[in-house]
Design a protein around this ligand. Sequence first.
Ligand code: G3H
Ligand code: ZN
Length: 281
Amino acid sequence: MPLATTASIVAAAPAGVCAFNIVTLEHAEAVALAAERTGTPVILQVSENAVRFHLGRLRPIADAARAVAAAASVPVALHLDHVTDDGLLREAADAGFSSVMYDASREPYEINVARTRAAADWAHGCGLWLEAELGEVGGKDGAHAPGVRTDPGEAAAFVAATGVDALAVAVGSSHAMTTREARLDHDLIAALREALAVPLVLHGSSGVPDDELRRAVAAGMKKINIGTALNIAFTAAIEGSAHRGADPRPRLTAARDRMAEAAAHLLATVSGVAHECRTAS
Ligand code: G3H
Ligand code: ZN
């Protein structure tokens, strides 16, 4: 199936859409397998951090993700995530990405607006969908640090000033949680949905329990970003593997299987489709 676009997947989704951060080829394969098993469209995300891991080169992991997406039997789109570097932003269009999350959220408000506006103008000129984030709090998690919340009025002003197509909002989730105990502010999600015409994006969704994810989607959260959950599955499979020897494939197979299970579960939860969990072989 030809590469889908984030805009088309989001626009057509009756409920939520999962966007998974991939680090390796096996992550991408696992997500595509999960999307096929559940019959749901999905977004593969490559973060600026993942590009850094791949020796600072976007194309090897992007080209691999694009090939995996194109081979899938369900719609799969590519998204470039948490981009702070303008040079990387400008590589997006030629590398097959249909959307970018431009992250100037650690900048003061006026600078965030100016940089995001410029990024959105550039993206729209290339036919790309641009997501951004409003936040003024420093630290690793920026606007997704525990306790930080997005104000609906400020968010509406930010969207109007920047022209972005989607907004990442802080409603109680936090990046890189390894336990699923985040509690979301559902009244705030409803207020943000009311205040904003653009799709809402939940970052740090690995730490959000299933019932909270379902409630968030029901209240209007659209794009659900998930990274750590796949890495937990990957690492648990590698560390728990009984395989010994030089060949990495048995362990990577187990890791891919475990990631596919985790992704299928989350896809079913977020999109509302029924899915029976299967034990990895
Ligand atoms: O942009 C990516 C996400 O926000 C992933 O967050 O690793 O906590 O699931 P997570
Ligand atoms: Zn994020």
